[in-house]
Design a protein around this ligand. Structure first.
Ligand code: SAM
Length: 238
């Protein structure tokens, strides 16, 4: 059986470094370049155009990191979508005033939540969102944790859009080229683990269904990415 037939999860180094650690800061800059090489922002924007029929009022980005990924997505959407309230949730608070100003220039308002997503999803109530987005986030969790997370998240918004690593030989081979872009040791190690923990087939759809949701689409996108769109049953979201 191929080594990539099943997901394999090993803790990523970035998750264990302090936010102000120099290696972590460098790795987050590498991540922005990896997102660009994977075409993650255009892939997410195309999912948004396909599945979000009307301009949304409120979007929740989970595992938002420093927010630069979502800024690239917003730049692609802002001509048609003004006055979006974007909530960026991450367990590390990295969003800068400059980034918030960049979003404001597009007509988008930023709110931040610094919390573990499980703690937040179990406790949060109040207004729901029009859509949730995740980029390079779901692969951090094993299937049991994803089932729990999906059961909580489907109550928060009628739609979830995910752009994740594709678990495939080509993607794994590409991680060997990361020294060419000057990626540091943290990025090089984490990229390999991310591919091994990535997704293929209908893995996310199966988990979303098991959590009570309705899968809309799951497929490979571009050379290195795997995308998923799922809906919540009508009546789930307050
Ligand atoms: C690989 S990074 C991706 C960041 C961002 N989406 C991007 O593409 O630049 C994963 C992010 O998920 C966050 N994260 C991991 N586990 C989390 C959790 N349980 N709750 C909230 N955020 C979490 C990390 O802090 C990190 O910023």
């Amino acid at each position: 059986m191929s080594a990539l037939a099943q997901r394999s999860l090993v803790p990523e180094i970035l998750d264990e470094l302090a936010a102000d650690d120099a290696r972590a800061q460098r790795s987050r800059r590498d991540l922005a370049r990896i997102n660009a090489l994977m075409f993650q922002a255009p892939i997410m924007a195309s999912l948004m155009r396909k599945f979000i029929a009307r301009p949304p009022a409120r979007i929740l980005e989970i595992g938002a990191g420093d927010g630069t990924f979502m800024l690239k997505v917003a730049r692609r959407m802002a001509r048609d979508w003004r006055d979006v309230e974007l909530t960026m949730l991450d367990r590390v608070g990295l969003v800068t005033p400059q980034l918030t100003a960049d979003f404001a220039g597009l007509g988008w308002t930023v709110k931040t939540v610094t919390a573990d997503v499980f703690d937040w999803a179990e406790q949060a109530d109040g207004r729901s969102f029009d859509a949730m987005t995740v980029n390079l986030f779901l692969h951090h969790f094993d299937d049991g944790a994803l089932l729990r997370l999906f059961s909580l998240l489907r109550l928060k918004a009628p739609l979830i859009l995910a752009t994740e690593p594709l678990r495939a030989g080509l993607a794994l081979a590409a991680t060997r080229l990361l020294p060419v872009i000057g990626a540091n040791d943290v990025t090089r190690y984490d990229a390999v683990q991310s591919v091994r923990a990535g997704f293929r087939g209908t893995e996310l759809s199966d988990l979303w269904s098991a959590a009570g949701g309705m899968p809309l689409e799951e497929r490979r996108a571009g050379p290195f990415s795997h995308v998923f769109a799922g809906a919540s049953p009508a009546g789930d979201v307050p």
